[in-house]
Ligand binder design. Structure first.
Ligand code: IVH
Length: 713
C-alpha cells in the first residue's frame, strides 16, 4: 500500500511505531476521502482504503489514547464508490396505513379499541400532527453525539448520509441530557420559497429543476459531496424515535416535548386530542392552514398518545397499529387520453395503461395512468356493478376522451372521470385484445378473474423480464449494480434468462461484460462481488423473489417464519396437492395464508419450467438463512399455538399478535402438529380435540403469565 512495505503486526508495534503509523494512515485516509468525495478522482482502491481503515481501527483498539477526535475511523462508513454505505436500522423504519375519509378514522379508533378490549366510551387519547411531505431520516446519538444518519431505504436498510446530515442547521450534532442511545426520527424537507430559489439557481446553471420540494429535499440529501448538501436550504422536524436506551416519556406528546427540549424542531401543529371528533376538528384546522404553512404536507398523522398502549398494540409487518395517516383528498387535473397501451406483467397480466397528454397534478407531471383491466375501461367493477355513469348506462373510457386524472400519494395516477361532452365523434369503444402483445400467445380470462393473462409463461419475454426485474428489486435479491434496466439489457443479450443465470454471469459472460461500453475491470468486479454476496440470503427474500402470484413481501416473511428453513418449505409445498391432503391442510392452517395464495404456491412448484428455474436458483446459492423465530428465547418460539374460547384479559387479536411477536405460529384449528392450546371459558370442540391428541392446554391465566414473562423486566 503506497510503498509502506511489509507491515508489522499491530500487536507487535511499539508506541513510537504506533504513533507514526497512526499519522501515516490518518493522512492516507483523509487524502483518499477528499480525492473521492470532493474531487471525484479516487487514488486508491476500495480494498486498499478498507485495509488502511481496519489497520487504523486496530491500532486505536490497542492504544486507545491515540484515538483522535476526528479519526477517519469514527466517520461511520464513508460512502463507497457506487453510492452511500448501507445501514441496517436497529429498529425498523415503518410506513403508515392510510385513512382517506372520516369513516376510516372512526374505524381506526374502533380497531384499536377492539384490539385492546376497550369500550367505545373509555377514554383513549391520540395526537394529531401534520404529515410532512419530505424524506424520513433516522439520527442515532450515542452518549449525546450524532454518530449516524440514515435514510429509510426499504425500512430495514437505509443509506448512510451522516456527512450530509451534519450540514443541516436543524440537526444538533451534540445533545445534553439525552439517553445514552437515542435514535431520533423525523422528516427532512424544503420550504416553498427556498425551493423556488433553488430551482432558479439550478436553471441559471443550466441544470434540471426539481419537480417538487420533496424531490428537491431528497436530491439534496443524496449528494456524495456533503458540501452540496450544506449549500441547500434543508429543514428537519422530529416526530418519532427508534432505539432508545431509556424511556423519554410515557406519552407521545411528552416525548415530542422532550425532543424539543433536546434541541430539535418539532411541528407546532402537534396536538393532543381526546376523541375522534377532536382529531377530525384538528384535521380541518391543519387542512385550512395548509396553503399558508410554507412547506408541503399531505395529510394528518394520528398516534395513540399513551406509549404503554402503543407497545401493546405493536406492529403489522410494515405499519404500526397505533398510528395512521389521514390523507388530504387527491389532486386532480383534466387531460386528453391519447392512447391505451397494453403492458404484460410478471404474472402475465395484461394491464391497460392510459397514455396521456402530459399534465401537472399536484406538482408532478403525469403522462401515464393505470386503467386496471377491461371491466374498468368499460365502467364496471369486478362484480359487474357500474362504477361510472348511471346504473343501466355505464360510461366507458375511449381513446381520444378528455379524462380527469388523480394522484393520491405516491401511487400510480388513476382516472376518475370522463367528460362525455368532449368525446370526439369518431371515438370507438375500446376492444381489449385476446392475444399477448409480446409473444402472441392466447391471453385468457378465467371465470371470476378480472384480469386477462398471457398463457405463454416464461417463453413470453415480457413475463420473463418482469420476473427478473422483480427478482433483483429492493425487497428481493437487491443486488447492488444490477437494477431493472441492467437485467433487461442482459436478458436482451441472452445472458440472463432466469434468475439462476445471474449467478453464472461471471463464469459465462465475464469477459464480454468487462468489454461492454461503460464497463471496465473494476465495475465488472464490483458487480460480481455484489452478486456473490447475495449467495447467502434470507429465506423470506428467496420466497418473495420467486415472484409467485399472491405471494407479496409480508406473505413471504410469514411463510419463512412458519417453515423456518428452505428445506422444510420446499418439501411442504412440493408435497402439497391443491385442496387436499395433510400438507395442504397445514399450509392453509397458517393464519394469513388463504386458499388462493396456497394454490398459487403449489401450482408454481408443480409447473415444470418454473420448478426447474427454482431448483437451479437454489443450487446457485450457498446459504439460504433459516428464518429466525422473532424471539428465539421465548418459550413458544417456533411453536404452533391455537387460541379458543373467550379471552378476558386480552383480546384475541392482541393475544395473536403477542404470540407472533414471541415467534409462534398461530393456527385456527387443532391438529397433531399443534404444540399449545390456550383455552378460555367456553372452549368447546377444539379443547376436546387437543385433549384427545395429547396437546398441552393452558388457561388464560397461564397464557398471561407466559406472555408477560417473555415481555421481560
Ligand atoms: S410517524 C412508526 N409522523 O410518512 C411511525 N411519519 O407514510 C413512523 N411522515 O415513513 C412515522 N410526517 O416518512 C410520522 N408526523 C409524521 C410524519 C411521518 C411525515 C412520513 C414518514 C413515514 C411516512 C409514512
Amino acid at each position: 500500500m503506497n510503498g509502506s512495505g511489509p507491515q508489522t503486526k499491530v500487536e507487535d508495534l511499539d508506541r513510537a511505531e504506533a504513533v507514526a503509523e497512526v499519522s501515516r494512515l490518518t493522512l492516507l485516509l483523509k487524502k483518499a476521502n477528499i480525492a473521492y468525495h470532493q474531487q471525484d478522482a479516487p487514488q486508491i482502491t476500495d480494498a486498499e482504503y478498507d485495509l488502511a481503515k481496519r489497520r487504523l481501527a486496530a491500532i486505536e483498539v490497542h492504544f486507545p489514547d491515540m484515538e483522535q477526535d476526528d479519526s477517519p475511523t469514527s466517520q461511520v462508513g464513508a460512502a463507497p464508490r457506487e453510492g452511500f454505505g448501507k445501514v441496517r436500522h436497529a429498529v425498523k423504519m415503518l410506513s403508515l396505513g392510510n385513512a382517506f375519509d372520516d369513516a376510516d378514522v372512526v374505524d381506526f379508533d374502533k380497531r384499536i379499541r377492539a384490539f385492546l378490549g376497550m369500550t367505545d366510551s373509555a377514554l383513549l387519547g391520540y395526537t394529531a400532527e401534520p404529515k410532512i411531505d419530505g424524506l424520513s431520516l433516522s439520527l442515532r446519538y450515542e452518549q449525546g453525539k450524532l454518530v449516524l444518519a440514515a435514510t429509510r431505504g426499504d425500512g430495514e436498510t437505509g443509506e448512510n448520509v451522516t456527512q450530509n446530515a451534519l450540514t443541516l442547521a436543524d440537526i444538533p450534532t451534540k445533545l445534553t441530557g439525552a439517553p445514552d442511545i437515542l435514535e431520533v426520527r423525523g422528516e427532512v424537507f424544503m420550504g416553498h420559497a427556498d425551493f423556488a430559489e433553488l430551482n432558479k439557481k439550478q436553471m441559471a446553471k443550466g441544470e434540471k429543476p426539481f419537480a417538487n420540494p420533496r424531490n428537491g429535499a431528497a436530491g439534496s440529501m443524496r449528494q456524495l459531496d456533503a458540501s452540496v448538501t450544506a449549500a441547500r436550504p434543508l429543514k428537519f422536524f422530529a416526530y418519532a424515535w427508534g432505539e432508545i436506551s431509556s424511556e423519554i416519556s410515557d406519552t407521545q406528546i411528552g416525548a415530542i416535548a422532550r425532543l424539543a427540549e433536546l434541541g430539535f424542531q418539532t411541528n407546532p401543529l402537534t396536538k393532543a386530542c381526546e376523541s375522534v371528533t377532536d382529531m377530525l376538528g384538528h384535521y380541518g384546522k391543519i387542512e385550512a392552514s395548509r396553503a399558508d404553512l410554507g412547506y408541503d404536507i399531505d395529510g394528518v398523522v394520528y398516534k395513540v398518545n399513551d406509549l404503554a398502549l402503543q407497545a401493546r398494540l405493536g406492529f403489522r409487518s410494515t405499519t404500526p397499529r397505533w398510528a395512521i395517516a389521514h390523507k388530504f383528498p387527491a389532486e386532480t387535473a383534466w387531460t386528453r387520453l391519447e392512447a391505451i397501451d397494453i403492458q404484460v406483467g410478471r404474472t402475465g397480466a395484461l394491464s391497460p395503461v392510459a397514455r396521456l397528454t402530459p399534465v401537472t397534478v399536484g406538482g408532478v407531471v403525469v403522462s401515464n395512468a393505470t386503467l386496471h383491466n377491461e371491466d374498468y375501461i368499460a365502467g364496471l367493477d369486478n362484480k359487474g356493478e357500474v362504477i361510472r355513469g348511471g346504473p343501466d348506462s355505464p360510461v366507458d373510457i375511449r381513446e381520444g376522451d378528455l379524462v380527469q386524472v388523480y394522484r393520491a400519494g405516491d401511487v400510480i395516477p388513476k382516472i376518475r372521470d370522463v367528460d362525455l361532452t368532449k368525446r370526439p365523434e369518431n371515438a370507438r369503444p375500446y376492444e381489449f385484445r385476446t392475444t399477448c402483445p409480446e409473444c402472441g400467445s392466447d391471453a385468457i380470462r378465467e371465470d371470476g378473474d378480472a384480469v386477462r393473462r398471457c398463457s405463454g409463461g416464461i417463453i413470453c419475454p415480457a413475463q420473463a423480464i418482469e420476473k427478473l426485474r422483480h427478482f433483483v428489486s429492493r425487497g428481493a435479491f437487491d443486488i447492488e449494480g444490477l437494477g431493472a434496466r441492467q437485467v433487461e439489457a442482459f436478458y436482451q443479450k441472452d445472458w440472463i434468462k432466469t434468475p439462476a443465470d445471474i449467478f453464472s454471469l461471471e463464469k459465462d459472460h465475464g469477459d464480454e461484460i468487462r468489454r461492454l461500453d461503460g464497463w471496465g475491470e473494476k465495475s465488472a468486479l464490483n458487480l460480481f462481488a455484489a452478486i456473490n454476496a447475495r449467495r447467502d440470503i434470507s429465506l423470506a427474500r428467496v420466497i418473495f423473489a420467486l415472484g409467485i402470484r399472491h405471494v407479496g413481501a409480508s406473505s413471504a416473511s410469514l411463510l419463512a417464519r412458519s417453515y423456518g428453513s428452505w428445506e422444510a418449505f420446499e418439501e411442504a409445498i412440493s408435497k402439497s396437492e391443491i385442496g387436499t391432503g395433510a400438507e395442504w391442510e397445514n399450509l392453509v392452517a397458517i393464519d394469513g395464508v388463504g386458499a388462493v395464495m396456497a394454490a398459487s404456491l403449489v401450482a408454481a412448484f408443480h409447473q415444470k419450467s418454473e420448478r426447474e428455474a427454482i431448483d437451479r436458483l437454489v443450487k446457485a446459492l450457498t446459504n439460504v438463512e433459516d428464518a429466525k423465530a422473532v424471539a428465539s428465547t421465548s418459550p413458544i418460539a417456533g411453536k404452533i399455538v391455537v387460541f379458543t374460547g373467550t379471552l378476558e384479559r386480552m383480546t384475541r387479536a392482541e393475544a395473536k399478535a403477542r404470540a407472533e411477536a414471541m415467534g409462534a405460529k398461530v393456527a385456527g384449528s387443532v391438529s397433531k402438529k399443534t404444540d399449545l392450546v390456550v383455552a378460555g371459558p367456553g372452549a368447546g370442540s377444539k379443547a376436546r380435540k387437543a385433549a384427545e391428541l395429547g396437546v398441552e392446554v393452558i388457561d388464560e391465566d397461564g397464557w398471561f403469565e407466559l406472555a408477560s414473562e417473555a415481555a421481560g423486566p
